[in-house]
Design a protein around this ligand. Structure first.
Ligand SMILES: *Cc1c(COP(=O)(O)O)cnc(C)c1O
Length: 415
């Protein structure tokens, strides 16, 4: 079929219905490095604006760290720009293996395999591990990339209610006849910033003879006293079998992901994981910079500690100001607004105040759970946090939501 008028209007209608549903995603252009301060341009011709960034995954502030940039330059000089190959043909340099070893050590795992992204690590992992006679038991709120990986795997799928340990136990009982079972969860859930109950999950896994897989993309580098991740935070470093994580968030924020864990499973991925076998190697420049990142965060917890201080300070002051904050320990700090339009209006007004945040609403979060998700960084200084708190207080006052409970906000603005 040619790209006929009929075909063209089919897609136009689809795009229009995305717009009408209020789900159209407009991208803004950052015209500077990723950092606490950024220059942002809206595509609608509004002038470029200097704003404080509260919506990046740059938790440790390493995206534009001078030593990371220097390591990238050196990597570029030493190992070139591209490898023009997948890993198993001629796309593995010694530095790829060096990074894998460093990641294994940092995460406390036996072995690690780099993937082009964590999305692809999740896409490849399950199919390689499990087959028809096995079961996957996943938290209902796992990341979209896990959902896709699960779809590619023939094992039977069971879900448990989000972080509901007795429901997980029920599912473990139901699946006792399966050959192997794998419990699947995010470490830190990206929308609420809540942390998986990995201690209980690992206990249940032992009791029912199941394996545990954690996607720690929103945790690696800063959750836990040494920043090793959710398994460290929950005291179960030696009990988690497989971790997937990304280099695209706290660990420099460029690209790349990995599967880390039991060496047999890592080997199975090297042999059979399709996104590993059939997609290009992680570029040398990224690998060289990521090695520097792991060195920096292994040597010192300064950045991770500063992030924790910043997070505690911000959470405390925002609550004092009367904003409705989801409780938690992670630098993902959701400001609850419940109404989608309210979340967008407040985000827009904050932008005018020089604070860059984004409203999230259905279907990204459940209906009547609209919010602004703020993300704290070690790149933020106290004065940045104060400026954001001040702006939230000013705009919160304008909309009369300070000190208001969920029911009161919904009564004023609807769901
Ligand atoms: C961001 C994220 C990913 C995707 O990571 P990429 O390396 O960007 O593909 C996967 N899982 C979770 C939980 C994430 O938050």
């Amino acid at each position: 079929m040619a790209y006929s008028e009929k075909v063209k209007s089919f897609y136009e209608d689809e795009i229009n219905s995305i717009r009408q549903a209020g789900l159209f995603k407009e991208e803004r252009y950052i015209k500077s490095r990723q950092a606490a301060h950024i220059k942002v341009e809206y595509p609608n011709g509004a002038p470029t604006k200097n704003v404080l960034n509260f919506c990046a995954n740059n938790y440790l502030g390493l995206s534009s760290h001078p030593e990371v940039i220097e390591a990238a330059h050196k990597g570029l000089e030493d190992r070139g720009y591209g490898l023009s190959s997948v890993r198993f043909i001629c796309g593995t340099q010694d530095i790829h293996r060096e990074l894998e070893n460093k990641l294994s050590e940092f995460l406390g795992m036996e072995d690690t395999l780099l993937f082009p992204s964590c999305m692809e690590a999740n896409a490849g992992l399950f199919e390689v591990m499990l087959d028809k006679e096995d079961a996957m038991i996943a938290d209902r709120l796992v990341h979209a990339s896990i959902v896709d990986g699960i779809r590619l795997c023939k094992a039977q799928l069971y879900n448990f209610k989000h972080s509901d340990m007795s429901h997980l136990e029920e599912k473990l009982q139901e699946t006792q006849d399966c050959r192997m079972r794998l419990i699947i969860t995010d470490g830190v859930f990206s929308m609420d910033g809540d942390i998986a109950k990995l201690d209980t999950i690992c206990e249940l896994a032992e009791k029912y003879d199941a394996m545990v897989m954690v996607d720690d993309s929103h945790a690696t580098g800063f959750i836990g006293k040494l920043g090793r991740g959710t398994h460290e935070y929950c005291g179960v470093i030696d009990k988690v079998d497989i971790i997937t994580t990304t280099l695209g968030k706290a660990l420099g924020g460029a690209a790349g992901g990995c599967v880390s864990g039991k060496k047999e499973i890592v080997e199975m991925c090297r042999q059979r994981a399709r996104p590993y076998l059939f997609s290009n190697t992680v570029p040398p420049v990224v690998v060289a910079a990521a090695i520097k990142v792991i060195d920096l965060i292994s040597k010192s917890t300064d950045r991770r500690d500063k992030l924790e201080d910043n997070t505690n300070y911000f959470r405390e002051k925002m609550v004092q100001a009367g904003l409705d904050i989801k409780k938690g320990d992670s630098p993902i700090v959701p400001v609850m607004l419940y109404n989608a339009k309210l979340a967008q209006d407040i985000a827009r007004d904050l932008y005018a105040e020089g604070i860059y945040v984004v409203g999230f609403f259905f279907p990204v979060v459940p209906k009547a759970q609209a919010r602004i998700r703020t993300q704290i960084s070690a790149d933020h200084e106290k004065e940045h946090l104060d400026k954001a708190i001040e702006a939230f207080t000013k705009i919160g006052d304008k909309y009369n939501i300070l000190g208001k409970k969920k029911e009161e906000i919904i009564a004023m603005y609807g769901m």
